[in-house]
Design a protein around this ligand. Structure first.
Ligand code: ADP
Ligand code: MG
Length: 463
């Protein structure tokens, strides 16, 4: 790409696309796509294959046009696609703007220990961006951070497994990968996988009769990092295989680190013997970052991108986005994209203008709707939506249904008849009874309260 700002524009588009879809989808479609050219108001996007191209044309052209226009202020006539391999990223291609006033801090970043070979990182499944050097520690993550270092210093000993949990976009993957980089530096054999990758590898291995290859990959590492283990819920065969993998590694004093969107206790449709094991070592949570930490994170991202921003601008972003670090980065990318395209430095009023509809978009995303509430409850209890709204009187459906009604009442103030309707046409007295019952449970300090807190948190998290 011989037009450097375009890459930043693409970053801005990526970070917004990422807010609106699942991680797996995002990686599949966007990882190897890039802006190939931009001339005469025609944007040409490079995609790895015809399949991706078709998908982009159908699903994404409109969004890309919109975001492009918001970020650059320019209208697009057309989006074209070419099938091309993504060129290697050129780092620091954009330092043609104002010098960094904070030279001291920049020096620190420049003195980052070299990570291992790119190919080694790649083989281990690690992204070069996610190291400890770029990870900001605040109150919300200090326990998890300390636990990671303890595990690095004495791998396979006290903190084994290390189980880290917390909401979406709060730094679990970053932290997990940082451990990987650190252990790779001391020549340990590292493997990072998402639980979906583990599942797919296992299913493939079974299908192709390559169980031994699978075992030799997963059971011969010094450090196994498994991201988003909650997606193993309900997958019995995979869980069983993971159980054996876990035990073998654990017995050999190899370190295992796992992340999840919830605590082991709150995992549903996961074998009891796995849950017990998740609690063997150390369980640490990551919470919401406070304002100071959000500011520190933004400053650090600006440094990495070599794009200093005025403190008032940083303060403004950090004050307006408070529950998801991925959104913070999205806002930052949009501003940087705009400024590089127009070769300007943003002041507060430009920033406000650029971010106006970004805030509206994330608010809309975070807004609770009856559908989102029902989905969150179903998801938490590993049920289908139709089971929650359906007529079956099975015992295991009673509490989730009542919680759904309670949340509809407390989160969006729905009327009792409306709640009855949402739940498949039940009577309003059923809804009233459910709310009273759940309130009582909460007062009595039942475990249901924790469940409700987690579900409520997942409703406001953006996927
Ligand atoms: P999660 O896995 O919990 O959904 P990620 O690890 O993907 O969240 O983090 C989302 C984004 O926020 C990433 O780009 C990551 O680099 C950034 N991030 C999260 N926590 C921190 C932190 N403490 N310091 C710096 N960047 C962070
Ligand atoms: Mg993650």
């Amino acid at each position: 790409m011989d037009h450097p700002p375009l890459e930043q524009i693409w970053q801005a588009i990526l970070s917004e696309a990422e807010l609106n879809m699942s991680k797996a989808n995002f990686t599949t479609w966007f990882k190897n796509s890039f802006i190939f050219d931009y001339q005469n108001d025609i944007l040409t996007i490079g995609v790895p294959n015809a399949f991706t191209q078709a998908w982009f044309e159908n699903k994404f052209s409109k969004d890309i046009t919109q975001i492009f226009c918001k970020v650059t202020g320019n209208k697009l006539k057309e989006i074209k696609y070419v099938i091309k391999t993504k060129p290697k990223e050129t780092q620091n291609a954009y330092n043609f703007l104002a010098p960094d006033p904070n030279e001291q801090k920049k020096d620190k970043i420049n003195k980052i220990k070299p990570t291992k070979d790119e190919s080694l990182c790649l083989a281990a499944g690690l992204n070069a961006k996610y190291t400890f050097e770029t990870f900001i520690v605040g109150k919300h993550n200090e326990l998890a951070h300390a636990a990671c270092w303890a595990a690095i210093r004495q791998p396979g000993e006290t903190y084994n497994p290390l189980f880290i949990y917390g909401g979406v976009g709060l730094g679990k993957t970053h932290l997990l990968q940082a451990i990987g980089h650190e252990m790779l530096r001391s020549n340990k054999k590292v493997l990072y996988v998402t639980s979906e990758k583990f599942t797919n590898d296992y299913v493939d291995a079974v299908y192709h009769g390559q169980g031994n290859t699978f075992k030799s990959v997963y059971r011969n590492v010094d450090l196994l990092l498994v991201d988003d283990i909650q997606f193993m819920a309900g997958k019995d065969g995979t869980q069983q295989e993971f159980f054996y993998t876990f035990d073998q590694l654990h017995r050999a004093n190899k370190q295992i680190v796992i992340t999840s969107d919830r605590s082991p206790r709150n995992m549903k449709a996961v074998e009891a013997r796995l849950i017990t094991r998740f609690e063997w070592g150390m369980v640490a949570d990551i919470g919401q970052p406070d304002l100071e930490t959000r500011i520190a994170i933004l400053n650090s991202k600006c440094q990495q991108k070599n794009f200093p921003l005025d403190p008032s601008v940083i303060q403004y972003i950090a004050t307006n986005i408070n529950n998801n670090i991925r959104e913070l980065e999205g806002a930052l990318n949009r501003i940087i994209g705009f400024c590089q395209f127009h070769n300007c430095q943003p002041d507060l009023s430009i920033t406000k203008q650029i971010l106006k509809d970004f805030f509206i978009a994330i608010q809309a995303n975070n807004l609770s709707t009856p559908q989102k509430i029902l989905e969150a409850v179903a998801n938490f209890y590993n049920l289908n939506l139709s089971e929650i709204t359906g007529s079956s009187r099975k015992k295991e459906l009673v509490i989730p249904r009542q919680i759904a009604m309670y949340l509809l009442r407390t989160k969006i103030n729905a009327s009792f008849p409306a709640i009855g309707q949402e739940l498949g046409g039940r009577d309003h007295t059923t809804a009233m009874h459910a709310c009273t019952k759940i309130e009582q449970e909460i007062r009595n300090g039942s475990k249901i309260r924790q469940d409700i807190e987690q579900i409520a948190q997942s409703i406001t998290s953006v996927y």
